[in-house]
Design a protein. Sequence first.
Length: 145
Amino acid sequence: MKHLFFIVCCLFFGSLHAQQWQESFDDAVKLANEEDKPIVLVFSGSDWCPPCIRLKRNILDSEDFKAYASSHYIMYNADFPRKKKNLLPLDKLNANKSLAEKYNPKGHFPLVVVMNKQEMVLGKTGFDRKASPEKYISKLNSFVK
């Protein structure tokens, strides 16, 4: 019983520090307006793009980034997986394609787009494997100021 309580506590308190990825871009825009925060839109190929996988593993999934992002950004991942087991529902895939046409017409992966709550692009960046989570946060923040 003690082990179960410990696991539940870890899951609960661990989730408090995790950034929330929004289910749809519309949800992200709505929340950005409610909370007056910038949107971080990530274009990724989660199962075929090595730099995308490294960006997620080294930066986006780091504890430092998750803790900061949870209180400073609204996050949305426009993912384009290729493996059959990872394919998105058609409506979500079409929504991501529409976002790509507007914000990533050259098809760069990964591409991280920072925008204000009115969906105006403030800056774009990719992945620098030498960047730490702290440097990446600074880069994203440089677009907001």
